[in-house]
Every structure is written in structure tokens, then in C-alpha cells.
Design a protein around this ligand. Structure first.
Ligand SMILES: [Zn+2]
Length: 228
């Protein structure tokens, strides 16, 4: 995205109904991959973890597993999804991609938490996704006007400092958020009730666990940078 597309003059984020979106997705659980309890899923799961092991190739365990995004195109998944089904797919949705990634980080011994995002796009973009999801309006439960529900992983890099991995994009989300197209409006990081950190640090922002939280936006210097 170029700076010109950043909608600096007219900042739509100010008008985004983040609060209503947080309410809509208040009871949305983070996605997990189901297990048949048999060999079919056991073999599939081992395949994912051993593929990650070889892709990582003794590299830094905090490296984002981009191979998952390279193997699966982002698209609709049917739920619940089992390990043996997930590995056979050509397309996986953001929940399935995040759930696989979560398992991969855990297997590496990295502390990772389920993370949910609310992002802003445009009504044109979300309409297109609705259509490509190939079902009626009600089925596209992850879209609310120009806002979308999205999933990723909150990876602990040291103590309670986290980085947010977006497995569908294959990148770390920038903690300096400027708003506009693709901007992150809110995040929820799930931490277990027992022995959980009381708060996380993402960039300069404190994130409380287990609740939707609005993201602070960087102001000012973006416009200055664009004018140069
Ligand atoms: Zn199975």
C-alpha cells in the first residue's frame, strides 16, 4: 500500500463502530483444530509438526511459520475441521491457519496465545469477500460492514512482551497502527486463567488478556512523513 492510499486526510477509523464490532464478536471463541482421536488425525498432526521442524531447519523458534501460508490459500473452511481434513485442504480460513500455527509454536516450545483481531477494510472489499465465500449473507459471520473478524497468534518473545503473527498474511502485525485500509482496530489475546500474565506488552501498548481492547493509533508523524 502506498502512502497515497492511506486515507490520511479522511480518517475513516474515527467513524468505525469498533464498539459494536467488539460486541458482535464478544462470544466468538478462538478456532481450534479437532482430533478424531485416531491415527488419521495423529498422522496429520505429526506431518504438520515435522514439516515445520524441517522448514525451520534449526533456525530461531520465533520465526513466523510462513510455509503454512505458502501451502494453503486463504479461503472458506467448514467447521468443525479435523486434523486429517485440514491438511488435505487447498484453502483454509484465518481461524484454521491460526490454529495450525498455534500448534506449531507450541511444539517448538514457544509460548503462544490465541489472538483475535478486528480490522477495517472497505465495504467494497468485504462485499467481494462475502461473494467469494459463496454463501448467503448470514453465513459470513466474520464480516460487519467494512470491519472483519480475523485470527492470529500472540507470541511471547520475552517475559510478557508479545508479537502478533498474522498467519493469513504471513507477517508480524506492526504495533504502530495508523488506521485506514487494513488497519487493526481491536485485539483480544486469550490467556489461561491459571498462572496467566495479568497483562501483555505489544510495542508500547499494554494488552489485558481475555478481553477485546481497542488499539491506539499513531497520529501526526505519518502525515509529516507523507508530506516529505
Ligand atoms: Zn482424523
Amino acid at each position: 500500500m502506498s502512502l497515497a492510499e492511506g486515507k490520511i486526510e479522511f480518517d475513516e477509523t474515527d467513524f468505525a463502530d469498533t464498539r459494536a464490532a467488539m460486541q458482535k464478536w464478544e462470544h466468538f471463541p478462538a478456532s481450534t483444530i479437532s482430533h478424531h482421536g485416531g491415527q488419521c488425525c495423529q498422522i496429520a498432526r505429526e506431518w504438520v509438526l515435522s514439516t515445520d521442524y524441517s522448514q525451520l531447519n534449526a533456525g530461531n523458534p520465533l520465526t513466523g511459520p510462513r510455509w503454512i501460508r505458502q501451502k494453503y490459500t486463504w479461503g472458506a473452511s467448514t467447521w468443525p475441521i479435523y486434523w486429517c481434513e485440514a491438511v488435505e485442504q487447498k484453502k483454509l480460513d484465518c481461524g484454521a491457519l491460526a490454529a495450525l500455527t498455534q500448534e506449531v509454536f507450541a511444539a517448538r516450545g514457544v509460548r503462544s496465545y490465541h489472538a483475535q483481531f478486528i480490522q477495517q477494510y472497505s465495504e467494497a472489499a468485504t462485499r467481494q469477500w462475502s461473494n467469494s465465500w459463496n454463501c448467503d449473507e448470514a453465513c459470513v459471520h466474520w464480516i460487519k460492514e467494512d470491519l472483519i473478524y480475523h485470527e492470529g497468534c500472540a507470541v511471547a518473545v520475552r517475559d510478557n512482551e508479545i508479537r502478533l503473527w498474522d498467519p493469513s498474511a504471513g507477517w508480524w502485525v506492526n504495533p504502530r497502527q495508523f488506521g485506514g485500509y487494513g488497519g487493526l482496530l481491536a485485539v483480544r489475546v486469550f490467556a489461561p486463567q491459571f498462572n496467566a500474565p495479568t497483562g501483555f506488552l505489544w510495542g508500547t501498548q499494554r494488552i489485558s488478556p481475555n478481553q477485546w481492547q481497542k488499539i491506539e493509533r499513531v497520529r501526526g508523524d505519518f502525515a509529516v512523513a507523507a508530506a516529505k
